[in-house]
Write a protein that binds this ligand. Sequence first.
Ligand SMILES: *[C@@H]1O[C@H](CO)[C@@H](O)[C@H](O)[C@H]1NC(C)=O
Ligand SMILES: *[C@@H]1O[C@H](CO)[C@@H](O)[C@H](O)[C@H]1NC(C)=O
Length: 370
Amino acid sequence: MIVKKSMGRAKSGLMLIMALGFFFAAYNLLSIIAQNKESSSGSWVADGLELFDPVLRMPGKVMGSSESNSKFHVALTATDAAYSQWQCRIMYYWYKKVKDMPGSDMGKFTRILHSGRADQLMEEIPTFVVDPLPEGLDRGYIVLNRPWAFVQWLEKATIEEEYILMAEPDHIFLRPLPNLAHGTKPAGYPFFYIKPAENKKIIRKFYPEEKGPVTDVDPIGNSPVIIHKSLLEEIAPTWVNISLRMKDDPQTDKAFGWVLEMYAYGVASALHNVRHILRKDFMLQPPWDLNIANKYILHYTYGCDYNLKGQLTYGKVGEWRFDKRSYLMGPPPKNISLPPPGVPESVVRLVKMVNEATANIPKWETLNRS
Ligand SMILES: *[C@@H]1O[C@H](CO)[C@@H](O)[C@H](O)[C@H]1NC(C)=O
Ligand SMILES: *[C@@H]1O[C@H](CO)[C@@H](O)[C@H](O)[C@H]1NC(C)=O
């Protein structure tokens, strides 16, 4: 599963990007990006069934979706840190479970490992090793490596599927995921905290007025997104450039903080005239979202803290808790205790799914970095 082709082309590409990093003040990148922008249409907000209901598709098509070419490759960016590894193992377990179920358009799976070297999970999870950004360029903000990882992977890997799902290690597939994109219109998840319109002054530094209104920038990050491969090939290098430029600008860095690279993806997409279908049913985020019905991906990025009466004590360590950050140095134990009665279904399901994975993944406790 180790694939590492010549890095020559990517290295020289990076030199250019670094050059930009140092000379960006004198360099108007935006002027070189495609000039001919059509007037942009608004995003399609599709919540659930309106636009695309897998159940409504012809049964034959669901079964033979390989012929329809609508499959997407599941790609998650990851590091070799123990914290990233155990999440990837759970993610891959659930991918394998739902992948071949009716309604799925899920193709193959790749963990894009941007630590620059193989780790001990190469046999367990299909993995493609890419380089991290050169020392210092990420400014200690490790997720700046994500766009650069996608650029390298798209350039060097052989990807059969026409579409890509950009996923993250803390995603769990609740059920088989259909291709939510429509032709060249990708699908993304609207994050409530990504607000381009409220950050107009900053967005305008990277998305000039002649390109269109600030509302062209979708309120999304790169993940989860299902997108046609050729579009991602266009967007990804711009996404690297915009992330580095945003990180280089103190005002932008301060305003966007840990979501900077999400904004950078939205801006890069808009610069390529790409708008996303916004799908609220793409994902749910416990403990805020309570119901799992009709949702596809469970994202366990927030800590779940409850008292024994089943009340959320967010911000305060609960008598019962599940927080991925409790396991920074190694994997969670098997058979975590279920939450007390009254805790929402989304949190109960999360713990059950983690427990099922840890019970069934061979060498859960032993195949780890020390
Ligand atoms: C990113 O920046 C480099 C260096 O200036 C430039 O050569 C390249 O065209 C840029 N890529 C995109 C997609 O804007
Ligand atoms: C999991 O833990 C519960 C107690 O919390 C115990 O009753 C059960 O037998 C355990 N299951 C396994 C498979 O170890």
